[in-house]
Design a protein around this ligand. Structure first.
Ligand SMILES: Cc1cc2nc3c(=O)[nH]c(=O)nc-3n(C[C@H](O)[C@H](O)[C@H](O)COP(=O)(O)OP(=O)(O)OC[C@H]3O[C@@H](n4cnc5c(N)ncnc54)[C@H](O)[C@@H]3O)c2cc1C
Length: 503
């Protein structure tokens, strides 16, 4: 039976919280007299876009094709259709209509929220849009009480934690040092503080580092820019979309391996083998895996080859990896914690390089910057200290063991988001850890039930009515840094909140 007259407080109104609110009301509208009440709480005052889709720069484009990012169930092309009605003058300035500016996607999410508000008005439900920071959640066993920073409380039978992305704590000791920018967001932290005529070192070489490079170039930066990362690898370049039928990495094979195991888990080596078979099967030939895990060659030459490959048609391994996306959470959850740790230590970066390729437009910008000599990419392990005459001195030891000192007046840390919740800069998260409501997962985020996303205490017991959504469930769900997986989780949470058989 479905539940009626329930209340839900969603903490965080980025893409995840916004999509969840829509899904709950969409489903509730099919129940007569559902009487659902939603409180959508956002500390930044802008409900919908969240961190990723509020950048003001049009040059920060979506990393995925528009036709994969519709958020309405049963209407996968909803975003594309919404774009058809978008201002044509503005559209004419986009390099590729398939990769609109991310802030346009932010507008789309605001439009989805408007739809949600209308939906609530048309059924016996309501949604209250609340601006302010939630700083605590108390549980009296029957309901929750969300405490707001400015005072006041919100009572609700269900609470969903959807606080999203937090800056990495790596190098936090440099936080107050002049010339050091700990996080590339908001972009004004860069444009207001980095002189255009000073060399800059960007830590990282992934999608965040590329966004940071684009911020600097759009701001008219004239001096040298260096990417410094442990492996010096850029993300691969996205080829065209392609339907692909998985032959090895599929649920049947995972379930078979699980049934054959003594401890109901599969090993990382088994998963790796399945993926290697899949990619070789997709390519139709044997692959030199050393080249994949440890590519050799100058960055501009590798990038030029990747661009030409993306321009010349479908890239089989990308089709295979993309198709495996919906299964990755299940596979991840079937591995032991130790094997997940091993993946994080040894393969996380290379996985991101191949699994989350960059759009062609960005690849061409990087190649241009590399060829002009403005950008270079250094690879190596580092230690960083403030220089004696200002700026920074960075000890770099390349993989070939050659040491050198890189001097940079400014450093921007673009190594990505924090996954260790004990390091989140959030009063709410700190308080929930302290009172034992949430418990750090060794692979990042907190413990939740895999299917319902109900938050689990240290004892493993679920806290009835308390859910988590987005990056904060990374240790359990793995693929949490995208709209699509967070839509799937929203679907399960909304089902659980409305009762298993909600319709
Ligand atoms: C730079 C960047 C680019 C990306 N590009 C893409 C892309 O092209 N395609 C894709 O699928 N994915 C992309 N992603 C992944 C992206 O993170 C997810 O797609 C999705 O936007 C995450 O949404 P979220 O709501 O979980 O998190 P967030 O966007 O971080 O939103 C969380 C919200 O919660 C609020 N909040 C936090 N704590 C509190 C509190 N205590 N009280 C009240 N409010 C609170 C925050 O202010 C924030 O607005 C990108 C990520 C980044 C960082």
């Amino acid at each position: 039976m479905h539940k009626k007259n329930i209340s839900v407080a969603i903490i965080g109104a980025g893409a995840s919280g916004t999509i969840l609110a829509h899904q709950i009301l969409e489903k509730a509208s099919l129940i007569s007299d559902a009487g659902v009440k939603i409180y959508l709480i956002e500390k930044d005052g802008d409900h919908g876009p969240g961190l990723a889709y509020s950048t003001p720069l049009p040059a920060h484009i979506l990393n995925m094709r528009a036709d994969t990012l519709g958020v309405i169930n049963g209407d996968p092309l909803h975003f594309v259709k919404w774009l058809e009605g978008y201002d044509s003058k503005s559209k004419a300035s986009w390099v590729d209509i398939n990769y609109p500016p991310r802030n346009v996607y932010g507008e789309y999410l605001r439009a989805v929220l408007d739809l949600t508000i209308k939906k609530a008005g048309s059924c016996s439900c309501s949604i209250e849009i609340i601006s302010g920071e939630a700083v605590d959640v108390d549980n009296n066993g029957r309901a929750f009480c969300v405490r707001m920073a400015v005072g006041g409380v919100i009572d609700a039978e269900n609470v969903v934690l959807a606080p999203g992305n937090f800056p990495g704590a790596f190098l936090s000791e440099l936080k107050e040092t002049k010339g050091y920018i700990p996080y590339p967001w908001p972009v004004s932290d860069i444009t207001d503080n980095i002189p255009r005529d000073k060399p800059v070192c960007i830590l990282g070489a992934g999608l965040s580092a590329i966004d940071t490079l684009i911020t600097l170039l759009e701001n008219g930066h004239t001096e040298k820019i260096t990417f410094l990362s442990r492996n010096g690898l850029l993300p691969k370049v996205q080829g065209p979309a392609f339907d692909y039928q998985l032959k090895y990495v599929n649920k049947e094979n995972i379930d078979r391996l699980l049934s054959e195991s003594d401890d109901n888990s599969i090993s990382f080596d088994q998963v790796k083998r399945l993926y290697m078979d899949e990619v070789e099967g997709a390519a139709g030939n044997k692959i030199n895996w050393l080249d994949v895990f440890n590519p050799q060659g100058a960055a501009d030459q590798i990038l030029e080859m990747d661009i030409s490959r993306a321009e010349s048609g479908v890239i089989p391994y990308q089709a295979a990896l993309t198709s495996s996306g919906p299964l990755t959470g299940y596979i991840w959850n079937s591995m032991s914690i130790d094997d997940r740790m091993r993946f994080d230590r040894e393969y996380k970066t290379v996985w991101a390089v191949y699994r989350h390729p960059m759009p062609l437009i960005n690849a061409k910008k990087i190649l241009k910057a590399l060829r002009s000599g403005q950008l270079d990419i250094q690879q190596g392990r580092t230690s960083i200290r403030p220089g004696s005459k200002g700026g920074f001195e960075i000890d770099v030891t390349t993989r070939l063991g050659v040491p050198f000192v890189l001097k940079a007046p400014c450093i921007i840390n673009a190594t990505g988001q924090e996954t260790d919740i004990t390091k989140f800069e959030s009063i709410l998260i700190k308080r929930l850890i302290k009172k034992g409501s949430i418990f750090p997962h060794p692979n990042g985020g907190i413990y939740v039930d895999f299917y319902t996303s109900v938050v689990k205490e240290k004892s493993g017991k679920g806290i009835h009515g308390l859910y988590a959504l987005g990056e904060i469930t990374r240790g359990v769900h793995f693929f949490t840094n995208g709209v699509v997986p967070n839509m799937v989780s929203s679907g399960r949470i909304s089902d659980s909140i409305l009762g298993e058989n909600w319709c």
